[in-house]
Unconditional design. Sequence first.
Length: 139
Amino acid sequence: MNQLFELHPQLAKDSVWLADWPLCQLRLIKDKNYPWFLLVPRRSGARDIIDLSAEDQLMLWQESSRLSLLLRDEYHPDKLNVAALGNMVPQLHLHHIARFSADLAWPAPVWGKHAPMPYQDAELVTLCQRWAVLAQQGN
């Protein structure tokens, strides 16, 4: 895992960069059906959480907690879904999705339920600017 970090092409296609935290890239999934974010540890070759060092595992959970608190404060969801699946994209990444009892897929998982609804350019710019500020909180 000493190689240079490179984001998986599918993650690059499906999301937009928001910030670099000490371990992870914080990214937004381009689907306005749900407030959906990713943490991608910048460690080459990591496929599963156990591929990270003990220190990086702790940092991942700290950053996940930080993102979860930001999502709760920003969106006030009924439930936060956090998952590391990687069945389609092998690079380690942690999904953080703010869920609401009125969202399109509730109470089922979001995957494969509805086609992604893209953000309008202006919406995406505004959201990225807002999250650039939020991502700096606690630094």
